[in-house]
Design a protein around this ligand. Structure first.
Ligand SMILES: Cc1cc2nc3c(=O)[nH]c(=O)nc-3n(C[C@H](O)[C@H](O)[C@H](O)COP(=O)(O)OP(=O)(O)OC[C@H]3O[C@@H](n4cnc5c(N)ncnc54)[C@H](O)[C@@H]3O)c2cc1C
Length: 531
């Protein structure tokens, strides 16, 4: 067959767009095929509530892992706003109510907040020492993510800190947390970064929690999580523009139905159903897959799609989060009267995320029960950036996004809608527990009088976005070095290889994928260009 394109990209998520941008600018003929009616995958903004002009980052919402270098090289302008407040965690002890506030702009205030909780200076000193260590690791590891994959020994030498290497790369994270920190709330705040979208616990011998933690503390060489001004859709929109400007053809409403990976030296072929429902085939020298690796396996015909395994067990990738988007008429009042709500909700607001609560939540879910209290973290975009709200939205209104932890897909399998509702009630009840008034009293209503609240569980994310089992990273995150131990297909020097020489991963499922980073898109493009 005639080869029509140099590269066909399966999926128009932000990573597919990054790959298309680099390859188009290098002069290659590039076609992107996206099944949904819009580009961006899990990095999009949408008007989620009928008749309400609020463009919420529907799925992903904060940016840390996207290298400035990628934006510069693609000529993309995106404003990322630093948050002054890192986090706020309400607590209740011996009848006292308070909140641990981490204010990145005021060490004295943060020290006072630690003192109030723990009664001394030790815990804040331990905090500074630990995050000083992760900061040094971030400076050394982050630049390597857009370079050819180092070996384990090379990355270890680059980190050049045996203690950090042991704690983050070799031993279950729980060991370091229990050795370094004494307070249950402080330990929990640290542990949450190891559990985002990942069903695991502090002492998991597979180190899944360490890998998740690492990707949450190395971004940008600092570990900061910034607010994309205009919402996540502004990021994907700018990347799509850059890809178009580079000459790539971007088609939406086109579902890829088959990938023939090509023979020895022969071209690959991609079958897809176009926006008019017509079956088409197109040849390419390279196929880049922005969809998850299990989706690629299905398209190549190598295996059946992973369909989980029901409540009895779960095969294949699995996500473990609940996403709730809300619009409020105003921020709710807190039981902790000493903190301004704009500070508390300006960073990451932790609910029921002490170390013990997170571990208990894991155990409940592993035993087949929704956790209670339900752990979650909450964040208010509109405090940092009101540009996502149209002129018709009242001045005091705020968006709120809640990300629930430790709710694996397997719990939803038997009764998706019923369990989703129960999980929603669980996270809202836990949140109400730290508020001075019910959250329901603060919710705005849409044009039809319904509360502005949208909830998505792992199986909804699978249906919406083809995230397998709702896994937000397409599959378990990998350490950012060449492991060689997993027996899988050769990942190649850029970490994007598959079992098929002409087919590469360019999405979150690559080694050094996951999150809104553009990194696997960049790395797949470098592999094609032979750099
Ligand atoms: C609820 C939620 C919250 C998150 N929060 C954050 C956050 O705050 N910060 C962060 O950094 N990350 C976050 N993440 C993770 C992050 O969004 C993803 O890891 C990232 O978007 C992956 O990007 P991608 O381009 O690799 O893949 P995706 O965004 O998954 O895009 C893949 C695209 O491929 C398309 N596709 C799949 N199969 C086919 C097919 N057969 N034919 C054609 N097209 C196909 C899909 O429709 C999709 O558009 C979150 C994710 C979720 C779901």
């Amino acid at each position: 067959m005639t080869v029509a394109y140099d590269v066909v990209i399966v999926g128009g998520g932000h990573n597919g767009l990054v790959a298309a941008g680099y390859l188009g600018r290098a002069g290659l003929r590039v076609l992107v095929l996206e099944r949904l009616g819009h580009l961006g995958g899990a990095a999009v903004s949408e008007r989620a509530f009928a008749g309400v002009d609020a463009r919420l980052s529907r799925y992903s919402y904060l940016v840390s892992l996207l290298p400035r270098r990628i934006l510069t090289e693609l000529g993309v302008r995106v404003e990322l706003r630093r948050r002054r407040i890192s986090s706020y965690t309400p607590w209740e002890r011996d009848g006292r109510v308070g909140g641990l506030l981490v204010d990145a702009g005021d060490a004295g205030r943060t020290a006072g907040s630690f003192r109030e909780l723990t009664g001394g200076e030790r815990e804040f000193a331990a905090w500074r020492e630990f995050y000083g260590m992760t900061g040094r690791v971030a400076e050394r590891v982050f630049p390597s993510l857009t370079e050819p994959l180092p070996s384990r020994a090379e990355l270890r030498a680059r980190v050049d800190d045996p203690v950090a290497w042991g704690e983050l790369f070799e031993r279950p994270l729980g060991e370091a947390l229990e050795r370094r920190f004494a307070d249950d709330v402080v330990r929990g705040v640290v542990l949450t970064d190891a559990l985002i979208g990942t069903f695991t616990h502090a002492h998991d011998p597979s180190l899944r929690q360490n890998r998740c933690f690492l990707y949450h503390v190395v971004g940008g060489g600092t570990g900061d999580w910034d607010v994309p001004v205009g919402g996540m859709g502004a990021v994907s929109g700018a990347l799509a523009e850059a890809a178009r400007a580079g000459g790539a053809e971007l088609l939406t409403g086109c579902e890829v139905t088959a990938v023939d990976p090509g023979g020895a030296g022969g071209p690959a072929e991609v079958g897809f159903r176009d926006a008019d429902g017509v079956e088409r085939r197109v040849g390419a020298r390279w196929v880049l897959c922005n969809a998850a690796p299990v989706e690629l396996e299905r398209l190549v015909g190598g295996s059946a799609p992973a369909d989980g395994g029901g409540a009895a067990g779960w095969a294949g990738p699995e996500g473990a989060q609940l996403k709730v988007n809300m619009l409020l008429r105003r921020l709710p009042r807190l039981r902790d009267g000493a903190v301004d709500g704009r500070d508390a909700f300006g960073g990451t607001f932790h609910v029921a995320e002490s170390y013990t609560e997170l571990e208990n939540a894991y155990r409940s879910a592993a035993a087949g029960r929704l956790p209670s209290p339900a752990p979650s973290e909450i964040y208010c975009h509109s405090l940092a950036d009101r540009s996502i709200l149209g002129p018709g939205v009242p001045a005091g209104a705020q968006t709120l996004t809640l990300f629930g932890l430790q709710v694996p897909a397997r719990l939803f399998a038997a009764d998706p809608a019923g369990v989703r509702q129960a999980a929603l009630e669980g996270v809202l009840a836990a949140l109400d527990g730290v508020l001075a008034e019910p959250l329901a009293d603060c919710l705005a209503t849409d044009a039809e009088g319904r509360p502005c609240l949208e909830v998505r569980g792992p199986l909804d994310l699978e249906a919406d976005l083809r995230l397998p089992g709702g896994n937000i990273f397409h599959r378990d995150l990998a350490f950012p070095f060449l492991d060689g131990a997993d027996g899988g297909p050769p990942v190649g020097r850029w970490g994007v290889g598959t079992a098929h020489p002409r087919v590469l991963l360019c999405g979150a499922g690559a080694v050094r994928g996951g999150g809104v980073s553009g990194i696997p898109g960049h790395n797949a493009a470098m592999a094609v260009l032979g750099r």
